[in-house]
Design a protein around this ligand. Sequence first.
Ligand SMILES: Nc1nc2c(ncn2[C@@H]2O[C@H](COP(=O)(O)OP(=O)(O)O)[C@@H](O)[C@H]2O)c(=O)[nH]1
Ligand SMILES: [Mg+2]
Length: 225
Amino acid sequence: MIDFRTAFFIKSAPSTKELTDDFGAEIAFAGRSNAGKSTVLNALVGQKSLARTSRTPGRTQLINLFGLGDETRRFVDLPGYGYAKVPEAMRRRWGDALAAYFAERRSLAGVVVIMDIRHPLKETDQQMIEYALGRALPILCLLNKSDKLSQNEVSKAVFALKREPSLAAVQWLPFSGLRGVGVPQARAILSEWLATGIERPPEPEQEEPPSPDATDVKPQAFASD
Ligand SMILES: Nc1nc2c(ncn2[C@@H]2O[C@H](COP(=O)(O)OP(=O)(O)O)[C@@H](O)[C@H]2O)c(=O)[nH]1
Ligand SMILES: [Mg+2]
């Protein structure tokens, strides 16, 4: 089990091109502004202000990287999405960058989507889930602010989400960053992902040019000589 309290800030990246090298294993955290992403991250690492909580939603446009013990295992805090005041063009650019990150980042071992349990599965949340499903990455949806609902309402919300056939691969966990509900369960799941991600052999290069001394040289190459 990883000791998440060893989390430390690595850096802020203004774009997906300026992340750390693509090695080891990392878990991406996504969520609509104000769903409680910063609060959830702080609860997971047991630190009060590693990820800044802000009263001004949608302001952070930087990707924050945190190391867990060292830089081999990482949390990647993606900027909040779906905030109405972000200009459309900027939102589209960010959407493209996110899509590329999800498609290409090899060290990506899993995706956590933070939602307000009272307003789950907004369009942008579904988009994140689709990206992750597209690569068969494990997905954990933290249904945050569960302290705002009664136990019965929490059960109902989880039951409804679990019934969605297209989301059968998603794990749902009622959570409260404020009260620490779900923290041990989430830590256990994420530890497992990171361990598996580190062990995973590197994926084969997809666009590697043919090696000059490859044995399967086309016969025509010789014929035209
Ligand atoms: N009741 C309750 N409020 C929360 C919880 N998590 C976050 N909040 C509040 O929701 C607001 C947004 O939280 P923040 O972590 O900044 O959200 P972010 O924009 O997604 O990073 C703040 O006022 C938090 O105190 C929770 O589990 N329960
Ligand atoms: Mg935040």
